[in-house]
Design a protein around this ligand. Structure first.
Ligand SMILES: *[C@@H]1O[C@H](CO)[C@@H](O)[C@H](O)[C@H]1NC(C)=O
Ligand SMILES: *[C@@H]1O[C@H](CO)[C@@H](O)[C@H](O)[C@H]1NC(C)=O
Ligand SMILES: *[C@@H]1O[C@H](CO)[C@@H](O)[C@H](O)[C@H]1NC(C)=O
Ligand SMILES: *[C@@H]1O[C@H](CO)[C@@H](O)[C@H](O)[C@H]1NC(C)=O
Ligand SMILES: *[C@@H]1O[C@H](CO)[C@@H](O)[C@H](O)[C@H]1NC(C)=O
Ligand SMILES: *[C@@H]1O[C@H](CO)[C@@H](O)[C@H](O)[C@H]1NC(C)=O
Ligand SMILES: *[C@@H]1O[C@H](CO)[C@@H](O)[C@H](O)[C@H]1NC(C)=O
Ligand SMILES: *[C@@H]1O[C@H](CO)[C@@H](O)[C@H](O)[C@H]1NC(C)=O
Ligand SMILES: [Zn+2]
Length: 456
């Protein structure tokens, strides 16, 4: 009922807007800088003091939490953000992969083979191929790989030792100087993920320290963009790939206690383990199924649809999904006090998104979007025709200044308002009518009295 009203209102109002004709002028295209602070859990924003980020948000938009893609790991989610595709569709299904046909292996230290990336085309490539523009990248996963035989015009080879300042210097320099112009740029930083793994997100003191550093990085980026005179004309999105949860040495699932290693290859470890059985899949499955009550064991064809994690041969025949906070090992002990990768429905796995710039509204907050929705929004801002993707542009309309947006509470308000006005008008009309007929207030009664003698 409410959604029907909303729909009618949207039609009505978009009709009005259509008359104004909101064709964006792509000649005056704005630049877009996409920044990721790895492992920035959504609720860090509520629980820690982050003055520079808060200031950025007050003058821009905030999406309180972003529903990311399963599995909630770094490479897969960074690729979902820049392609708008679920992992099964863009092909980076994990940080550790194995392709049975080619016998190729992928890991974060061996990620340069285009074979793994070519199932999708990220936005930095499309930006260069559709228009006479350039892209620049400071270490976003995949930006130092030739995808569709193309590299970002400016890029840095991945090297975690390169400081944030050096990455920022390069990216702002590229954004400032270039003909044709650099219109799309990415910037990646490893924190607060690294500290989240090391200390666990429950370690408030250490997380406070690292988040203060991250906030200072945001402050110096804003300062730098202002000094170059870019700040007012550039759109900046600050987001992340996933959150983080606390692990514990008491929460270990030890596979060696359940199944001999000769039965399978462990392609990916934890908290989503990818299992390639050697010979007998059913045998391996049965042993694993009975291994721990703190993990789900799925044959590939049983993986729940909501994960959108099935249609790719790089997804192994059996996957194990640990419950929140549990760690899967073959033997041995816990190495990380914090981890991510778990079910993408868990709030602890969600990152946030904030954005600022001429394309965005000011002081607007929204509960949630999906991370695949970011891609069509970025294409809209850059005036690019999106590649086929799994995002929904309308989910992000309320964030954008050039889009008409009504959210549910507002539309309920409008409907109630319209009803009140109609009721008032009706009342007024009735009162007016009564006033007009007031000289004979009891005419009907009189008529009835008059009737009697006739019947009698
Ligand atoms: C790949 O690159 C070619 C040009 O080299 C381009 O025509 C084509 O559209 C690109 N494919 C995709 C899917 O982006
Ligand atoms: C990575 O960066 C550091 C610091 O700039 C440098 O010393 C080192 O040589 C770089 N490593 C590679 C492989 O380029
Ligand atoms: C940035 O670009 C402007 C305009 O082209 C130029 O005046 C300025 O020197 C540039 N700054 C840097 C640091 O490259
Ligand atoms: C498979 O696992 C079972 C149960 O742990 C074990 O007895 C057997 O030796 C294993 N087979 C191989 C080939 O490792
Ligand atoms: C595979 O294992 C199952 C269960 O242990 C068993 O019933 C079946 O016979 C085995 N199949 C083969 C081909 O070994
Ligand atoms: C499952 O595990 C329980 C003990 O945890 C054991 O008693 C039972 O035999 C196992 N079942 C199978 C099918 O391995
Ligand atoms: C784990 O397994 C490896 C290989 O079988 C073995 O060398 C190592 O000692 C084991 N570690 C523990 C803690 O059991
Ligand atoms: C995601 O998008 C791709 C490309 O359009 C499509 O092939 C795939 O079916 C979509 N996935 C879902 C779950 O809709
Ligand atoms: Zn990450």
């Amino acid at each position: 009922m409410l959604s029907a009203m909303k729909l009618m209102l949207t039609f009505f109002l978009s009709g009005i807007i259509a008359c104004y004709g909101d064709n964006p002028n792509y000649d005056s295209i704005h630049k877009l800088l996409l920044v990721s602070f790895d492992g920035f859990r959504a609720d860090y924003l509520k629980n820690y003091r982050l003055p520079h980020l808060q200031e950025f948000i007050e003058d821009g938009v905030l999406v309180e939490y972003v529903t990311n893609a399963f599995i909630t790991k770094t490479f897969p989610n960074h690729y979902s953000i820049v392609t708008g595709l679920y992992e099964e569709s863009h092909g980076i299904v994990s940080n550790e992969m194995y392709d049975k046909d080619t016998k190729k292996k992928f890991s974060q230290f061996n990620d340069k083979d285009p074979f793994w990336w070519n199932e999708a085309t990220p936005i930095w490539i499309t930006n260069q191929q559709q228009e006479n523009r350039r892209s620049a990248a400071a270490m976003w996963p995949g930006t130092d790989v030739k995808i569709n035989n193309t590299l970002s015009h400016f890029f840095m080879k991945y090297n975690y030792s390169v400081t944030f300042e050096e990455r920022m210097e390069s990216i702002t320099m590229w954004l400032n100087n270039s003909n044709p112009p650099v219109t799309f740029a990415t910037l990646y930083w490893e924190e607060p993920d690294a500290s989240g793994h090391k200390y666990g997100p429950g370690n408030k003191e250490n997380m406070r320290k690292v988040l203060e550093q991250v906030d200072n990085h945001i402050g110096s980026l804003i300062y730098k963009l202002k000094r170059l005179g870019l700040w007012e004309n550039i759109n900046v999105i600050i987001t992340s790939d996933h959150g983080m949860t606390q692990c514990s040495p008491e929460k270990l699932i030890i596979l060696d206690n359940c199944i001999g290693r000769g039965n399978y290859t462990l392609v990916d470890q934890t908290p989503v383990a990818a299992i390639l059985p050697r010979n007998n899949k059913t045998y391996v499955y049965n042993l694993l199924k009975n291994c721990s009550t703190f993990m789900k064991v799925y044959l590939k064809e049983e993986i729940p649809n909501r994960f959108h994690y099935h249609h790719n041969k790089r997804i192994q025949p059996i996957i194990l999904v640990a419950d929140e906070g549990w760690t899967i090992v073959q033997n041995g002990s816990l190495t990380k006090l914090g981890d991510h990768g778990y079910d993408n429905a868990l709030p602890s796995m969600h990152p946030f998104l904030a954005a600022h710039g001429p394309a965005f509204r000011k002081g607007y907050k929204k509960k949630t979007i999906n991370n695949v929705d970011i891609y069509p929004m970025m294409c809209h801002i850059l005036g690019l025709k999106p590649q086929p993707n799994n995002g929904t542009f309308s989910n992000t309309k309320c964030l954008l200044v050039d889009q008409w947006c009504i959210n549910l509470p507002e539309s309920i308000g409008i409907v109630i308002g319209v009803l009140l006005v109609l009721t008032t008008l009706t009342c007024l009309i009735i009162i007016m009518r009564n006033r007009i007929s007031s000289p004979r207030p009891f005419s009907r009664l009189q008529l009835q009295e008059d009737d009697d003698p006739l019947i009698g």
